[in-house]
Design a protein around this ligand. Structure first.
Ligand code: ASP
Length: 617
């Protein structure tokens, strides 16, 4: 917990519990806080007094201050107390190097109990105590008293402050957009809020401020940002919450380089301001074409803290390698690719089985393993099918040497890449290849604009329905294959690349955005490819379509996950660890006991009735 520079004195305290130093020796001080720990030696009572700034040792000596001692003997852990006394150096040998205040103590003249506390349901003062997460969430206010949680919330606060400062320094305007809006499509389900004044109608909570920020560009705001709360009704995973926070921004008169240029600069400034001690691996951030990222890392959010890149085995295998599965996969248009696990050649049977099981769980039919022997020979169940020449070619493609393990997947392209990409992360974790301290940011861009949805016979936007097309592919959207209302899988638009970019950090997607389509005719064509009829377009995107008729500037932006960013900067993989009051996997707030049934009056006012569930829970 950091020492504060701002004066935090109040009638209850002259200093915080993290503030006193040797220089204060002899001074009078008043402190207030929670009893972190109390040690009673009869005539002497020691109290570690805690607030979010730190801990100070208080000594109460019955000989010097009998009344204070009597009061101190009543306090228990987590009582709220105020203490007055004199600051003194600790006896030589009793200093506590772990505490910022560890060279001094407060010798109490007066102790006041401000509030008593029940015995907490877990040890607030033991950072290593195993505590069930549901108990932590039920008593989150006690959990946040614990140092680790308090530290993470402080980091998050610094992060948000740095974000604001960086944007203001670059001419951005912070604009708040409403939370009661109409559905904006980000691909998830909306949370809806019934309107009392207009019975039978609902608002949607924003999945993102996407349309509003684009309207702000039409409005001439030029550069907008917002720390925006977004709501998506999805099944929860470790890194998802029904409500979460995005750094949402949009800029006018930009092309892709300009918008990414600012974002990168801002990300660097914010990172340095928030965690100055953590190294950024590479500046400028590496930039990958989407296709290359998939080819080399099997992921559009590659972790660049280690190598272990995917390699293609087709050239080494030729048309008849001797191993049927490889040959048939290649003949059928699939891919045979691999990764090399350095030094894992001597791996146990059990570990190989585990990796194979994992590969199957990730969707592969199987996993081939080959270990490189001294002298270069390959060992493994299928090695006998491969000639010495093929083995040498495989080893060469794998860049493998003595003692390495080659893992191979043969499958459809997407499956091969995806499975190997996940195995790559698994191998790196097992071998400890990533420096946990390092922050490896990178860009992945030029995603395909659309993917064909055979079931609905339409082209789904791969990310954002407003994403623009790279200028050189614009003709692919305007050369129509016949009638505007006919969508077919052969449409040239299927080959178009989007001016869309993601920023990844240590193997996680931190955010994504795009330069938008800002010409109304192109937007109409794009929506049409996505299967929206003119009426549907009007109904869902009417405001933006109309606004675009009044002069839209070229514009683009991004949204970055603030929760995820805060989590990664504080070494967490679960965003709940950086949210003050998160929800559980089933979307419950265990502390407030939400969601809950509406009361009778609310049903009446809203003209609401649930069908198929008991009305009172
Ligand atoms: N609205 C997008 C999202 O929430 C981000 C963007 O394109 O700016 O993912």
């Amino acid at each position: 917990m950091s020492a504060e520079t701002a004066p935090l004195a109040t009638p209850y305290r002259t200093h915080t519990c993290g503030q006193l130093r040797v220089d204060d020796d002899g001074a009078d001080a008043k402190l207030a806080g929670w009893v972190h720990r109390r040690r009673d030696y009869g005539k002497l009572i020691f109290i570690d007094l805690r607030d979010r700034h730190g801990i100070t040792q208080v000594v109460v000596d019955a000989a010097d201050a009998p009344e204070a001692h009597a009061e101190a003997s009543k306090v228990r852990n987590e009582f709220v107390i105020a203490v007055e006394g004199a600051v003194a150096r600790r006896q030589p040998g009793t200093e506590n190097a772990k505490l910022a205040t560890g060279a001094v103590e407060l010798q109490a003249r007066r102790v006041r109990i401000l509030n008593e506390a029940k015995t907490p349901p877990f040890y607030v003062n033991d950072p290593d105590a195993p505590i069930d997460e549901s108990i932590r969430l039920r008593y989150r206010y006690l959990d946040i008293r614990r140092e680790a949680m308090a530290r993470r919330l402080l980091l998050r606060s610094r992060l948000v402050q740095a974000i604001r400062e960086a944007h203001h320094a670059h001419g951005f305007v912070e604009v708040e957009t409403p939370n009661l809006i109409k559905s904006t499509p980000e691909g998830a389900r909306d949370f809806i809020v019934p309107s009392r004044l207009q019975p039978g109608t609902v608002y949607a909570l924003p999945q993102s401020p996407q349309q509003l920020k684009q309207l702000l560009m039409v409005a001439g705001v030029d550069r907008y940002f917002q720390i925006a709360r977004c709501f998506r009704d999805e099944d929860l995973r470790g890194d998802r919450q029904p409500e979460f926070t995005q750094l949402d921004l949009e800029m006018s008169f930009v092309d892709e380089d300009a918008v990414r240029g600012f974002i990168e600069q801002m990300v660097i400034e914010v990172t340095r301001a928030t965690v100055p001690e953590r190294p950024i691996r590479q500046i400028p951030f590496p930039v990958f074409e989407y296709e290359d990222a998939m080819e080399r890392f099997g992921s559009d959010k590659p972790d660049l803290r280690f190598g272990v890149e995917l390699f293609d085995l087709a050239p080494a295998l030729g048309a008849s390698s001797g191993f049927r599965v490889f040959d048939e996969t290649l003949a059928g248009g699939g891919r045979v690719k691999g990764i090399t696990a350095p030094g894992m050649g001597g791996v146990s049977r059990r570990e190989v089985d585990e990796l194979t099981e994992l590969a199957k769980r990730f969707g592969a039919r199987g996993l081939v393993h080959l270990s490189v022997q001294p002298g270069g020979e390959l060992h493994g169940p299928i090695a006998k099918f491969l000639s010495a020449e093929t083995q040498a070619a495989v080893r060469g493609a794998a860049g493998a040497s003595d003692g390495d393990l080659i893992l191979v997947v043969a499958d459809k392209q997407e499956t091969t890449n995806d499975v190997l990409g996940r195995l790559r992360n698994e191998i790196a974790a097992r071998l400890g290849l990533a420096d946990p301290n390092e922050l490896a940011y990178c860009w992945v861009h030029h995603f395909p604009m659309y993917q064909w949805d055979a079931e609905h016979r339409r082209w789904d936007a791969t990310h954002n329905p407003f994403s623009g097309v790279v200028p050189e592919d614009e003709p692919l959207l305007t050369t129509l294959s016949g009638d505007l209302d006919v969508r077919d899988p052969g449409d040239p638009a299927g080959r178009a690349k989007a001016m869309q970019y993601d920023v990844a950090l240590n193997g996680w997607e931190l955010g994504g955005g795009s330069v938008r389509i800002w010409k109304p005719d192109l937007l109409a064509r794009s929506f049409n490819l996505q299967g929206y009829t003119v009426e549907q377009m009007r109904e869902r995107f009417g405001a933006i379509l109309e606004a675009f008729e009044y002069g839209a500037p070229p514009h683009g932006g991004i949204a970055l996950g603030v929760d995820r960013w805060a989590a990664l900067l504080s070494f967490q993989t679960n965003i709940r660890e950086v949210m003050a009051f998160p929800k559980t996997q089933s979307g419950s707030d265990l502390m407030l006991e939400a969601p809950s049934a509406p009361d009778e009056e609310q049903y009446q006012e809203l003209g609401l009735r649930f069908v198929g569930v008991p009305e009172k829970r």
